[in-house]
Every structure is written in structure tokens, then in C-alpha cells.
Design a protein around this ligand. Sequence first.
Ligand code: FAD
Ligand code: N01
Length: 532
Amino acid sequence: MNAQIDTDVVIVGAGFAGLYMLHSVRGLGLSARVIEAADDVGGTWYWNRYPGARCDVPSMEYSYGWDDELQQEWEWTERYATQPEILSYVEHVTARFDLRKDITFETRVTASRFDESTDTWTVKTDADEQIRCRFVVLATGCLSSTNLPEFDGRDDFAGRSFHTGQWPHEKVDFTDRRVVVIGTGSSAIQSIPQIAAEAGHVTVMQRTPNYTIPARNQSLDPKEVKEIKANYRTWRAKARDATAAFGGHRPRVDVSAKAISDEERLERFEDRWALGGLGFGGVFNDLMLDPESNALAADFFRSKVAEIVEDPELSEKLSPDTVFGCKRMCVDTDYLATYNRPNVSLVDVSETPIERITAAGVVADGVEYEADDIVYATGFDAMTGTIERIDIVGRGGLSLRDKWSAGPLTYLGLGVESFPNLFLITGPGSPSVLTNMIASIEQHVEWIRDLIGSMTDQGLSTVEADGESEAKWVDYVNAVAGLTLFNNCSSWYLGANVPGKPRVFMPLIGFPDYKVKCDEVAAAGYDGWVLN
Ligand code: FAD
Ligand code: N01
């Protein structure tokens, strides 16, 4: 190869992943360009501006750990940072590391084609630009393409429509308005209490009730922050040894829900409920492994719904009968209690789906629910959706969409056979969405950086996942999922929320083992990869 290139690396996306990738590539002395569809940085935190949006991994952990000065100087104010606070953090990082000058905004990558004669990629954009480069990094996000169901008559609606994942930049005023919210996932659960506090009436259309744990959000205690900052590096390292890449400072519980008395179990559930947050899932070691233990957690949750929701009929409707934790657990502030408000009602659309949207509202089970506003909290075409929206063509004219038609195939979630020098960040087959994603992003970026650096030092042109390693890896990801209860529901982890999407459990369960595997692969000279 000796083709003229425009830049060494094209990075698609300017969220947490793309920004750190850019900084890391610069550190290797290589050039990079980031292409971002939005008009500014932030990714998830740029797009999801709905009322109540905030992280549910604690702020002190849901932040970059790769620069000690950065983590020492930044002051988070709450246990769970709000969307505006996270966005200002991202903007701060962008300015501090002078990243903006290498980012092209308001431009979408539409295609990318590998040229075998020169070992280069040509990346095409919707601005009609073609950029030739050695490496492409897809930092496109796992939850960045909205899922907007094709309800009949959707465009007939005469009022305002919003999707939580593409929320306007200016405040949306719901005062005195009749609002229909479709969906009861994390975005709905965060936004419904805030919308209800303002609106005339909120009608929630629920297909599946969800498990949600109180956030118990609070201002951060300066003393606690000081203690963490005094040992931030160690603290972060411990997080990387935790199953979901956060909460590593807390002792691991190694007890089955079935191994103790009913009284002790209830006490433990209550303690975790009082503590709040996703840590609830770690109260016992087998909630996602043993159906009976799982049922005990589900029972406990239902008892809480009955305790909080005053109307028994409503409480029944809000009580899930699905596997606890099988869909992404939600974390809320006053979600269940919001149903005690006189201006909130719930429509069960599980057996009688939404029939159509009219000019005046939403029709379900023959009833038209009139609305001034519809909020689609209907989620995302997760993990693969955004990648497959780009027309990616690798060796031999193979299209990635075709290769993935029965589900995503990757090696380590980082690369794909026949697609040399193309990397995915938090791709399917990596722990990704089952973790504190910033920790996962950092681990991926650093691994890719080291590989590109090593290739550059050795004068190598291409790296490509080996087909056999890829096949074994996919089997391994499936086998691990098969040991758990994660396959037992219609979750977006399985692609079940998008009609026609193959049902494959996409992320790998267990961050620490994965990290060790990646380190071993690198130490063995990139075992399972073909380097030339
Ligand atoms: P993103 O932030 O999604 O950024 C990807 C960027 O790529 C986007 O800006 C997009 O516009 C751009 N892009 C995509 N395709 C193209 C293209 N073809 N051309 C140009 N640009 C493109 N994770 C946690 O761990 N903890 C949390 O508490 C948490 N809270 C969340 C709350 C919400 C509301 C949502 C939706 C997700 C949350 N997540 C959370 C997951 C979150 O997505 C990740 O934590 C993280 O922000 C992902 O960063 P990223 O850079 O990988 O992707
Ligand atoms: O999306 P979701 P989300 N008719 O897919 C319903 C992260 N996140 O944006 O369950 C009727 O979870 C659908 O019903 P069902 C987090 O990883 C984090 O809320 O498929 N309803 C469901 O209730 C999260 O998991 C936070 O039966 C329809 C809802 O819409 C991920 O992003 C906050 C429907 C979609 O829920 C996605 O969350 C926000 C239809 N045709 C997001 N189609 C934090 O708290 C879909 N639904 C950190």
C-alpha cells in the first residue's frame, strides 16, 4: 500500500467513545477526523434532553478515568448527574483537550468501503465528501438510533410529537396539556414523573411493566468525594474488576437468595431497596442464574409496587410477571408514586396493542385517548442499528449488513472478519450495555489504541479478525448468555423491540473476564487476529 490518505483514522461519532478515541489517536502521533451527525459533542447526552434524563451509574464512576487532573478538577454535584451536567462535562473535556478542531459536525457517515489494493478505507458522508484513511473506528453508540414504531396514522397527529432520544433543545412546556406517553422503559420512567408534575393529564401506554429501583438521588457529600478523589485511581481499578464495571469498592455478595431464611432475605432486599440504584441487582449472587431466586426478587418488587401504588387495580397492572432484571433494570425518582396522582392514568396495551394514531390522539382497544402531545419513549434500535445504517463494505465486496443478517458476528466485539482495520467500540459481543459504559469505552479505546500503535511501530498495514476465532467467540457469547436468564424475555438486548430484527443476545455478560481475555489476546501478539 502507498495510497494517498487524507487522515490516518476516521472516527464516527463524538460521544464519550469518539472523543476519547480522538485524544488517544493523537497520542500515537497519528492524524484523525471525527465525523458527527449532531451539531455538537455529547452523543447520548446531546440527544436525550427529555425531562428527568440523568445517568443511573453514579457520577463519580460515570465519567472518564484516563486523566487524573481531569478527574480531580471536575466536581459532580449529585449522586446521579443530570443530562445538562453530563453534557457540560463532555463540553469541558472537549475544550480542555482541544478536540473540537478535528471534529466535523452536522455530517453523517453514509458508507465506508475497503479497498484491497491499497489497504485503505474510503468513508463517504452525506456532505458528499470522501475521506480516505487507514483505520475506521465506529464510535457510533449502542443507543443512538431511535426506534419509532410504525403506528398507522402516525403522521396524522395534529399535536406535538416527541421522541425521548431526539428531544428539542429548548424546554418543552407541558403546562395544562394532555400528554400520551408511549413506553415504560428507562426513558419513560425518568420522564413521566416530571411531565406529570406539569401536565394537565398524562396517559401512559404500557406494553410491559418494568422493574424499577428508587434512585435515592442526593447531593454528593464533599467528604465522600474527597475520600474517593484521594484514591481515585485505585477506586477506578476496583470498578474494572466488578461484573458491571462499577461499584467495585463495595464488597461482593456471594450468597444465593435461597441460602438464607425468609427474614434475612427480606432484610437484605429492604437494605438494598433503601440504598437504591442498580446495586439492587447485586443483593444476591444468583438472581440472573436461578429462576427461583429470581422469582423471590420479583415477588419483593411486586410487594413494593403494592405498598406504593394506592389503587390495587393500578398496582396489579404495574406489577411485572417477567423475569426480574431480564430487561434493563430502571432506576427512578417517584415513578410508581406518580400513579397516585389524579392526573395520571395507565392504559395496558399488552393484549390490545395501539391500533392507530389519529389527528386527535392515540387509539387502543377501540378507545381514542385524546392528546395535545405524544411522547414516544419507545427506545432504540440498539447495538447494531446505527452500524447497519451505514453501508459498510469489506473484503471481496462483502456487506456488513449481509454478514450480520442473522445477527451480529464479531471477535471480542471489537472487529469483524473481512473488515480489516475497522473497529467497533462497545460492539455486540463485548460487555458494552451491561456495564458502566464509560469504563467499557475506555477499555476498548485503549485496546484499539495499543493495537494501532503496535501496527504502526511494526510497519504493518492491516489487522483483521480471524474467522475461526470470530466463530468461537460468537459461540462463547451465546453460551454465557445461555447460562443465565437473559434469554427469557423480549428485551432490546435480544433485538426483540424492533420488528424483523434477528433475536440474538448481543452483549457479553461479565466485564472482568472479558477484560482479562482482551489483555491475554494482546499479550499473545494479538491472538485470533491476522496481521499483515
Ligand atoms: P453515543 O453517546 O451514542 O455517541 C454516538 C454518536 O455517534 C452520536 O452523537 C451520533 O450522533 C453519532 N453517530 C452515529 N452514527 C453516525 C453516523 N453514521 N455519522 C455520524 N455520526 C454518527 N450508560 C451507562 O453506563 N450509564 C448510564 O447511566 C447511562 N444512561 C443512559 C441514559 C440514556 C438516556 C441513554 C439513551 C443511554 C444511557 N447510557 C448509560 C448508555 C450511553 O449511551 C453510554 O453510556 C454512552 O454515553 C455511549 O457513548 P458513545 O460515545 O459510545 O455513544
Ligand atoms: O427504551 P426501552 P428506553 N407499542 O427500549 C415500549 C438506556 N437508558 O429509551 O417493553 C407499545 O427500554 C416498550 O415496551 P416493551 C438504558 O440502557 C438509561 O426507555 O418492548 N409500546 C418499552 O416499554 C435503557 O434500557 C437511562 O413491551 C412500545 C419502551 O417502549 C435504554 O437506554 C435512561 C412499542 C421502550 O423502552 C433504552 O431505554 C434512559 C409499541 N409498538 C435510557 N414499542 C437511565 O436511567 C416499544 N414500546 C440511565
